[in-house]
Design a protein around this ligand. Sequence first.
Ligand SMILES: Nc1ncnc2c1ncn2[C@@H]1O[C@H](COP(=O)(O)OP(=O)(O)OP(=O)(O)O)[C@@H](O)[C@H]1O
Length: 331
Amino acid sequence: MPDTSPLVEMQQVERRFGGGKSLFGKPRPAVHAVQSVSLEVQPGETLGIVGESGCGKSTLARMLAGLDSPTDGAIHFQGEDLAEAVRRDFKAMARQIQYVFQDPISSLNPRKTIRTILETPLIHLLGLKRAEREARLAELMDAVNLRPEFLQRYPHEFSGGQAQRIGIARALAASPKLIVLDEPVSALDVSVQAQVLNLLDDLKQRFGLTYVFISHDLAVVESVSDRVAVMYFGRLAEVGPAKRIFAQPAHHYTRLLLDSAPVPGKPVLVPESESGELPDPFNPPPGCAFAARCPAADERCRSERPPLEAKGAEPEHLAACFHPPRVGERA
Ligand SMILES: Nc1ncnc2c1ncn2[C@@H]1O[C@H](COP(=O)(O)OP(=O)(O)OP(=O)(O)O)[C@@H](O)[C@H]1O
C-alpha cells in the first residue's frame, strides 16, 4: 500500500516573540506571530501560504525549515519532532529540508564565487570528494539552466533571475525532499518571475520535490499551488484545494484578497469597510481578528473566535468563519 502519511505535520504551532520580564521585573509585551496553526504538507504537493505583510508567513516558513522553533505546539517531519531532530543533527535535517530566500542577490555571500557557494553544501552536508563535487556542480548548473563558466563569477555579476537560479541550485545541492520557498519571485520582474516559476515546476517533477511556497501574490500562489493556506494575523483563516479556494472562498478575508488582487482589466478596489488596519499584535481581539474589517461580522464574531472547520461539501476545505460568503459572492 502506498505511504499516505504527511511529510510535515504541524500541531497547534505557536511562535511568540518577546514576553517574559525586563531586567527590572516589568512584564514585557509579546508578539504572537503565529498562533494555533495545525496544517499538513503532503509528499509531492505544493502548499501555498498566502497573506498580507506581517501575518506570520515568514515566521511559519522559518519554523517549517527548522531555522526557528515553535514556542508551543510541535512540527513533525516524517513523523519525527523537527526541533529535536535539528538539535540532534542539524546537517541530517539540512539534507532533507532547504530554504530559498526572497532576495536572491543578498542571500548569496558577495565575497564568494558561485563555485564556492554551491560547493559548501556538497562538502559540509554530503562530504563529497573533489571529482564527485565537479560532477554534481555540472549537474546543478545544468538543472537551473546556467552555463558552467558562471561558476567562476561572483553574485553581483548576475541579474536577479540568474541569482535566484543559483539560490535554487544551492537548495537542490543536497537533494532535499522539501524546499520552503519564501517569496522566491517577489523581488523579480514579472517577465523573469514566469521563467523562475516554470523552472521550479520542472525541478519539482524531475526530482520529486515537495514545496511550501510563501507569497503575498495571489496570482502566483494560484498558478503554483495544489493546496492553499490563507493566513491572517498569525492564524489560518482558510485552507483547502487551490481550485476550490480561488473559485469559492469560504472566508471574507480570502474574498477581499481575491477582489482586491490586480487582475488585468479590473481596477483594484477594496471596499472602505474592509480596508481597515490590522489589529494590535500586542493586544489581539478576543473574537475573529478580521471582524473589524469584515462586512458580515456581528457581535458573536467580535467576542468568540471561529474554529477552523469544514465548510460546504468539500471536507478538505476549512475556514474559520461563522458567516462564510455565499457561493458567487466573490465580486
Ligand atoms: N524576530 C522577531 N522579533 C520580534 N517580532 C517579530 C520577529 N519576527 C517577526 N516578528 C513579528 O511577527 C509578526 C509576523 O511577522 P512575519 O515576518 O512572519 O510576517 P510575514 O507575513 O512574513 O510578513 P512579510 O511578508 O512582511 O515578511 C509581525 O508582527 C512581526 O513584526
